[in-house]
Design a protein around this ligand. Structure first.
Ligand SMILES: [Zn+2]
Length: 78
């Protein structure tokens, strides 16, 4: 992935993917760690569209969906 130098400077850096994942797991929105080609550390991105979600995010989504709450046909997830 090509990384914008400005983005690299601005973003928080994590020494390992595990560290980045830990922070992502606590965030109220989906975040995905990616390795930066500039600083060789990890950043977090909120762009998860079309990307493989981290395991904790998949678990969070599956546990959040309670079928008893939404009665009368589900709405498609966007
Ligand atoms: Zn970077």
């Amino acid at each position: 992935m090509r990384t914008n130098p400005g983005v690299c400077q601005r973003k928080a850096r994590y020494a390992s993917e595990a560290e980045a994942l830990e922070v992502a797991a606590r965030a109220p929105f989906p975040l995905r760690p990616y390795k930066c080609g500039l600083c060789r550390r990890y950043h977090l991105t909120s762009r998860t569209k079309g990307m493989k979600l981290p395991k904790f995010e998949l678990e969070r989504r599956s546990s959040n969906s309670s079928p008893s709450l939404s009665r009368g046909g589900g709405s498609p997830e966007g």
